[in-house]
Write a protein that binds this ligand. Structure first.
Ligand code: GN1
Ligand code: MG
Length: 338
């Protein structure tokens, strides 16, 4: 690690693991002058890490020109001039650590939900003049529910036999909710449904807050791609409305906190109301069901495929996560009985 840091001319730095992401590895770097964030990009997931760097550069240039006051955290250049470097067996990048900022792993107040939603809405709004199709696709069909459903069907056929038997009830429940896939496909075929610059990973830990609990900016731009707003709002609903996270095994604790739900819609709408079409504005609740269903499918698919994607900290981990998401989906469906 010290050698990687020296490619960024940091010789006397110490580092420690940082954050709770499932995909990339992250460290906080303590250097004498200032602190940094170092990340190793997971190449099993991001097949072309240079594409991430390309996207971030495009967006950084655009925002710098149009909105120079927006706090955008861009990767730093190594001595070689590159903002992403190959070292031995992986791709690494270094970013400045934003001092006096903090991140959180769980949303405890509706105000936090509002602030975060506002930051994600603001980000998409500031980029509304930017042609989203210029962005490289860092994970093809990442939030394509049709594909995720198909991968689930494949896992039911080809997956681990023992795990298939053990998950039979949950498999049936997920199959039963297939209408969400049909609703999604119908929706995205409607020209009133717009492709925009979309973050695709709007968990609360991807928002930087200042000491007054106000949002500063969004981070983790690996999945920045053209997409639909239901991905961003839906993932906030999925990850903010319940008092417990996707890791919780006691499903009794999973409930929808309606004030948090309302705050997400308010925060996002305060930035995006002039951008969203009338048809899009009707899909807030659907967005939560869409993302929660997709995450349940992805966790169960991974369980059936022996945890190759998300990994597992204990036996049955991805099954627990999938059941958790299925429970949250049921709670969301109770809101409008649909
Ligand atoms: C992954 O690595 P992390 O935690 O930021 C995943 C998201 C999932 C999330 C579930 C590239 O995000 O799509 O919603 O886990 N990212 C990728 O916790 O697959
Ligand atoms: Mg992420």
């Amino acid at each position: 690690m010290q050698e990687i840091l020296s490619s960024f001319a940091l010789t006397e730095a110490k580092l420690e693991p940082f954050g709770s992401g499932l995909i990339n590895r992250t460290w906080k770097v303590y250097a004498p002058e200032r602190n940094y964030i170092l990340q190793r990009i997971n190449e099993d997931v991001f097949k072309q890490p240079q594409d991430i760097a390309y996207n971030v550069r495009l967006i950084a240039d655009y925002l710098q020109k149009k909105y120079p006051l927006y706090h955008f955290v861009a990767p730093l250049n190594a001595a070689s001039g590159d903002d992403i470097i190959w070292y031995k067996n992986g791709w690494f990048r270094l970013m400045p650590f934003v001092e006096d900022s903090f991140t959180m792993d769980v949303v405890t107040t509706p105000e936090q939900a509002y602030e975060a939603a506002r930051q994600f809405g603001k980000f998409t709004r500031l980029l509304s003049g930017f042609d989203a199709t210029q962005l490289k696709i860092t994970i093809p069909q990442f939030h394509d529910l049709g594909l995720r459903y198909q991968q689930f069907l494949d896992a039911i056929v080809n997956g681990n036999e023992l795990r298939k038997r053990e998950s039979r009830n949950l498999i049936n429940e997920l199959l039963y909710h297939k209408c969400i896939v049909e609703q999604y496909q119908l929706m995205v075929s409607n020209p009133e449904f717009k492709l925009r610059v979309t973050h695709h990973d709007t968990k609360i830990s991807n928002v930087l807050f200042d000491q007054n609990n106000k949002g500063i900016c969004v981070i983790d731009l690996d999945t920045l791609m053209p997409g639909y707003y239901i991905s961003d709002v839906g993932d906030m609903i999925r990850t903010y409305v319940s008092p417990v996270s996707e890791e919780e095994c006691d499903v009794e604790k999973i409930v929808v906190r309606e004030d948090f739900y309302i705050s997400i819609i308010a925060g996002y709408s305060d930035e995006m109301k002039d951008q969203l079409t009338a048809m899009e504005k009707k899909q807030f609740l659907f967005s939560g069901k869409f993302m929660t269903y997709m995450q349940a499918l992805r966790f169960l698919t991974d369980y059936l495929n022996n945890d190759v994607y998300y990994g597992a900290k204990y036996e049955g981990h991805n099954l627990v996560r999938a059941k958790n998401q299925m429970t949250l989906l049921k709670r969301l469906r109770e809101i409008d009985g649909n």
